[in-house]
Design a protein around this ligand. Structure first.
Ligand code: PLP
Length: 410
């Protein structure tokens, strides 16, 4: 029944394929700049000290059991997540205009939002039932969205010339999109480019999207990772909420808590301020619960328990902020070191973008052939599009990497 015509062989996931190839490589100089997971200065996975503390507390709890969570997840976790992303004193929260479901990390949140939109989104312009994503975007966006049969379109994002934001291209495509289109936005630390709009550009986008009655869907996978400040990294979302938008947020705790494999995340729907907002939120929440029940029944508990302990305890929260500054600070140092080495080596090209881009990734500008040579000649692993995970660099390998880049640029 499942012949090759019916079920052709699918390509391997490029990122997880890259990870497997890196693991197989036996060269001691090998460098992993592929996967977006934080590494410490010895290239080792880092358990955040605050996560270790929370984990120890949890394990000592004699009442801990393995019962199911409710369909919408752990209530202490979802309520703390609302406050984290929208701010403690958010009128949207006090007006009860937010409904939140705990999801299978950020991926699950993007999926839940996309599934909901596919089923229920009814734009005022009939041909507006499409979601616009940045070009390029996190590769998984494309398949998550097409899997739920939501038409996918793109807006320009990255300028190859400046290696910065193509704001004019982004703006004019969003301007020309049919009114009430869905626009997916990376809240901060854009993946894969490391390029974010400035606050002024966000304001212009919000103004335009209000005029066009577009629907914003924020993907927030790096809160606290971009600037080191949780509030700064949520600024764009909160600006849109303040402007009275109805919107959705996918929130991941993979990177900022280092809880990658525990799959902790949330999906939030925020209704626009109106007298019927509470009723709308209740209806939307009821349908989200049905989608969730049919797909995962209820979300995984352990990571959410760890995050919840930290989010709801002042002392642990302060320790977490410290840990976030450790991660973002080390990444910033590596950006500086990489640029300095490339400048010192007089490597052809301009390298300002390395320190101007933010967050976990940098779009280096290396092309596919150069990326392939780096892997063959120097055992450096990175995605074909020239993206590097800055967290893979450390004081022991940054110079080696810079010299390897220098080699392929000549
Ligand atoms: N969205 C973006 C833009 C990402 O970069 C990622 C992770 O790489 C995610 C969502 C979701 O990740 P996870 O499902 O591990 O939370």
């Amino acid at each position: 029944a499942f012949s090759a015509e019916v079920v052709p062989q699918a390509p391997e996931d490029p990122l997880f394929g890259l990870m497997a190839a890196y693991k197989k490589d036996t060269d001691s100089k090998k460098v992993d700049l592929g996967i977006g997971a934080y590494r410490d200065d010895s290239a080792k996975p880092w358990v955040l000290p605050v996560v270790k503390q929370a984990d120890d507390l949890l394990r000592k709890d004699p009442d801990l059991n393995h019962e199911y969570l409710p369909i919408s997840g752990l209530a202490d976790f979802t309520s703390a997540s609302q406050k984290l992303i929208l701010g403690k004193n958010s009128p949207a929260i006090s007006d009860k205009r937010v409904v939140t479901l705990q999801t299978v990390s950020g991926t699950g949140a993007v999926h839940l939002g996309a599934a909901f939109l596919s089923k229920f989104y009814t734009p005022s312009t009939p041909d507006a039932k499409a979601i616009y994503v940045s070009s390029p975007t996190w590769a998984n966006h494309n398949q998550i969205i097409t899997n739920v049969h939501l038409p996918l379109k793109t807006y320009p994002y990255f300028s190859k010339q400046t290696k910065g934001l193509d704001f004019d291209g982004m703006y004019s495509t969003i301007e020309q999109a049919p009114s009430s289109s869905i626009i997916l936005l990376h809240a901060c630390a854009h993946n894969p480019t490391g390029v974010d709009p400035t606050q002024d550009q966000w304001k212009k986008l919000a103004h335009l999207m209000r005029q066009k009655r577009h629907f914003p869907f924020f993907d927030c996978a790096y809160q606290g990772f971009a600037s080191g400040s949780l509030a700064t990294d949520a600024w764009a979302i909160n600006h849109f909420v303040e402007q009275g938008f109805e919107l959705m947020i996918a929130q991941s705790y993979a990177k900022n808590f280092g809880l990658y494999g525990e799959r902790a995340g949330c999906f939030h729907f925020v209704a626009a301020p109106s007298s019927s907002a509470q009723d709308e939120v209740a209806r939307v929440g009821s349908q989200l619960a049905i989608l969730q029940r049919s797909e995962i029944s209820n979300p995984p508990a352990y990571g959410a328990r760890i995050a919840s302990l930290i989010l709801n305890d002042e002392k642990l929260f302060a320790q977490w902020e410290e840990d976030l500054r450790t991660m973002s600070g080390r990444i910033k140092e590596m950006r500086k070191a990489l640029k300095e080495h490339l400048v010192r080596l007089e490597t052809p090209g301009s390298w300002e973008h390395i320190t101007e881009q933010i967050g976990m990734f940098s779009f280096t500008g290396l092309d596919e052939a150069q990326v392939a040579r780096l892997r063959e000649e120097s055992h450096v692993y990175m995605t074909k599009n020239g993206r590097i995970s800055m967290a893979g660099l450390n004081t022991g390998n940054v110079e080696y990497f810079a010299k390897a880049v220098d080699g392929v640029r000549r």
